[in-house]
Design a protein around this ligand. Structure first.
Ligand SMILES: C[S@@+](CC[C@H](N)C(=O)[O-])C[C@H]1O[C@@H](n2cnc3c(N)ncnc32)[C@H](O)[C@@H]1O
Length: 345
């Protein structure tokens, strides 16, 4: 009896593409860790690179050809040179260098890679680490500042400056501001607004350096403290909280009450956060971005509409929710939910 071949009409190629993603990252990571892009700022042969970095000549050529295939290098007459993106973002120096940020972000994924995920799914989380630890965030603030100034800070500043009342604001507070680069961007697009950036003590030191670097000392003040426990001041027209309320997603009403009280009548609270569906299944990039932390027993993802509901519960007059696409320098963690709450005038 003859056997018929299966009738297949769906696109299964993507399963193999999933595998290839790991290989793409391994290739890019290898090049970053070797400091390859610092040697290819001018056209060089792969042998020159291999000799300069003490590498195996043939495999260096294979790796560099693959980097051309990935669109990081160009190759002409046997010589390789960075293309525009690699030159801006993958060399090790400069304020838009992203290598360190990429390697730092990978560290968050490592516990679930190479079999770690199977172990976590079989046996559950091991010991929990204190993810709000200031030491973790000081390092994070230093390393991710370039990531933020590669468009993320400017993108948020553009969205905030589109608020109809923006030019009328006299003062702003950025809660959990990290290195303060977003506050620098928002303050810079306003003619006169003064701002306060608040973060835990070691992180606030990084923010002080950034405020000085951008010459904003006359308009910006850095405060160190814990916004859940300490006084956050009052009389603000605008308060921002970007990607920081995740730690308190189960206790949002205390922070919302504090913010409401610190705002002037008619003041605005802008929150940038993730916005995962209630059943935890999308958007894919947001779910994946949180998966390593979630599997380790720290589910801190914010559900869609959760911020808006928490604002309304403590008496904000109105809220608006906008889903911003994963673009314009926000790239990499899925769409962002921008929630704007207005305190009654
Ligand atoms: C993911 S980072 C976001 C930093 C910055 N807002 C940004 O979007 O780049 C979260 C920040 O919130 C800060 N943070 C968390 N809990 C805090 C608290 N209770 N008081 C002050 N800062 C806090 C952390 O120190 C960290 O810098």
């Amino acid at each position: 009896m003859r056997k018929e071949l299966p009738k297949v009409n769906s696109d299964w190629g993507r399963f193999f593409m999933f595998q290839r993603e790991t290989l793409r990252w391994e290739l890019l990571k290898t090049a970053i860790e070797l400091g390859l892009f610092d040697l290819t700022t001018e056209a060089v042969t792969s042998d020159e690179v291999a000799d300069g970095l003490c590498l195996h000549r043939e495999n260096t050529e294979h790796m560099m050809n693959a980097l051309v295939a990935l669109g990081c290098l160009s190759k002409e007459d046997g010589k390789y040179v960075n293309n525009g993106q690699a030159e801006s973002f993958l060399t090790s120096e400069g304020e838009t260098s992203l290598g360190e940020s990429l390697l730092y972000m990978e560290k968050w994924m490592l516990p679930v890679m190479n079999g770690g995920m199977k172990d976590l799914v079989k046996n559950g989380p091991k010991e929990r680490k204190n993810i709000a630890d200031p030491a973790i965030w000081e390092q994070g603030a230093r390393i991710t500042v370039n990531h933020s100034r590669c468009g993320r800070a400017q993108f948020i500043a553009d969205r905030v400056s589109e608020l109809p009342e923006f030019q009328s604001f006299g003062s702003m507070l950025d809660l959990g501001a990290g290195p303060g680069i977003i506050a620098v961007a928002v303050t810079s697009v306003h003619d006169s607004m003064k701002s306060v950036v608040l973060d835990q003590s070691p992180v606030a030191k990084v923010a002080e350096e950034i405020v000085r670097e951008y010459g904003m000392e006359d308009r910006m003040t850095v405060r160190s403290g814990d916004y859940m426990k300490d006084d956050i001041g009052s009389g603000y027209d605008l308060i921002m909280a970007n990607f920081t309320l995740n730690f308190y997603r189960d206790d949002l009403s205390s922070v919302m009450t504090k913010v409401r009280d610190a705002l002037n009548p008619g003041g605005v609270f802008v929150v940038m956060s993730d916005g995962i569906s209630f059943d935890g299944t999308g958007p894919a990039d947001s779910v994946l971005s949180w998966l390593p932390t979630t599997l380790q027993g720290e589910d801190m993802s914010i559900r869609t509409g959760q911020i808006s509901s928490a604002m309304l519960e403590v008496g904000f007059g109105s809220t608006e929710v906008r889903v911003l696409p994963d673009e314009g320098g926000m790239q990499g963690h899925g769409p962002v939910e921008m929630t704007v709450g207005r305190k009654k005038a």
